[in-house]
Design a protein around this ligand. Sequence first.
Ligand SMILES: [Zn+2]
Length: 142
Amino acid sequence: MTVKTAPAKAVPVATPTTKPYWEGTKAGELRLQKCSDCSHHFLYPRIRCPKCGSANTAWVAASGKAKLYSYVINHFPAPGWEGEVPYVIAMVQLAEGPRMMSSLVGVPADPAKLVLDMPLQVRFEARGDMMLPVFQAAGSAA
Ligand SMILES: [Zn+2]
């Protein structure tokens, strides 16, 4: 007899390049890379500045402030998300400049409630032994 268990949500795996990012989320910080030569902030993690090509970069803590840039309301769940549809997959514009894909939590999956440019704030949710950044409306209770 086979016992079927519900699939779990995917857990990210840190690589040598992304390790500082994931260490940041565990410390409650959203970390970005900043070019020490041209001051450009960037995300996803990489070994060279995408603007000027410099390898002289450093990890910095972002403010966690963002705006809703775009979104999609997902009705067809990925494995592990079956009990949560519909849910909002958001593209957020960080205050420091980079955009990132994330989840929007605490806001109904209703276009009338999802106002582009609405202010957002990062928070972190546990997934396996990792912490993932998600976003909520700024000023709402965590
Ligand atoms: Zn640069």
